[in-house]
Design a protein around this ligand. Structure first.
Ligand code: GUN
Length: 287
């Protein structure tokens, strides 16, 4: 059985560091303040947003959720977002996705100032990543940042490794490819049109799966050497209601070196990164 790369011990150890940073800010009279904009009642979004608020409060930060109605007009949504980003008491904000149809083409990433962009989705944040930033300068996208933190916690080297990412989304696959490159890995970004995908995955040291297809990756994608590290970004619901990742855990668990579980792997790392970004944003504003 592969080693389980669980997030709990990572989150616990990082939380202690974050609490100290929040305590140092409070000496300056600053309490990190996050505003979350949630539109409608998407059940998964309600859970994610609650987790983000709970962790904010655990480190001593403030988090307010603005719940807006599903049928809000685009003009009202834009005006609400503008009021949040222009509020000087707010250090970080984000809009929980997905948005209802009438708001889908709102240029949110262009409306949030990079200094408040705790999701790491604005053009400035993404460009800093393309320039080689590892989080010194910009607020990094949360899932890629969380995956790096998890690998570092478990002493898994990244430099010089062959990394295959499956999925080219703007939130995970693409920024993850840049962040691994900035950490000196050699990255292959695979997607739905990649030919002979198993030839890529079988050669990888680390495989990251982020395509949103339940139990997609099985043992036939893996090297026979059982020495690969598997990072499962997926969070899917099976017909029986149980959660599963993009990796078929049961089929893969005896064919790799280590693997993130679902739940309890990448998901909590994403939330942790968001709170790190909030604290970083508050520290920068306090300077
Ligand atoms: N919905 C699913 N993942 C995310 C995320 O990382 N950020 C936001 N804002 N919404 C999401």
């Amino acid at each position: 059985m592969a080693k389980l790369l669980e997030s709990k011990s990572v989150v616990d150890s990082q939380l202690e560091k974050l609490k100290k940073r929040v305590a140092a800010l409070s000496q300056l009279g600053i309490v990190p303040n996050m505003r979350v904009i949630l539109v409608g009642e998407n059940p998964a979004s309600l859970v994610y947003v609650k987790n983000k608020k709970t962790l904010s409060e655990k480190v001593g930060a403030q988090c307010t959720i603005d719940k807006l109605p599903e049928n809000i007009s685009k003009a009202d949504f834009v005006s609400h977002l503008n009021s949040v980003v222009n509020n000087s008491a707010v250090h970080g904000c984000f809009v929980q996705l997905p948005l209802p149809q009438q708001l889908k083409d709102t240029p949110i990433a262009h409306m949030i100032p990079p200094s408040m962009d705790v999701d790491g989705f604005t053009p400035d944040s993404l460009f800093a990543l393309m320039e080689g930033d590892k989080g010194e300068k910009a607020l990094l996208p949360c899932t890629p940042k969380g995956i790096i933190t998890l690998l570092q916690h478990y002493n898994i080297d990244i430099s010089g490794k062959n990394i295959v990412i499956i999925g080219r989304s703007l939130i995970v696959g693409k920024p993850m490819s840049y962040l691994f490159t900035n950490h000196d890995a050699t990255v292959t970004l695979c997607h739905s049109k990649t030919k002979n995908i198993k030839e890529h995955t079988q050669m990888a040291d680390i495989i990251v799966v982020a395509i949103g297809v339940a139990e997609y990756l099985d043992e036939t994608f893996l090297s026979k050497n059982k020495n690969q590290v598997i990072i499962d970004v997926g969070m899917n619901k099976k017909p029986d209601g149980k959660l599963c990742g993009d990796v078929h855990f049961q089929k893969v668990k005896d064919h790799c070196d280590s693997i993130t579980p679902v739940p309890g792997g990448v998901g909590p790392m994403t939330v942790l990164s968001l709170i790190e970004n909030l604290i970083f944003a508050a520290e920068r504003k306090g300077r």
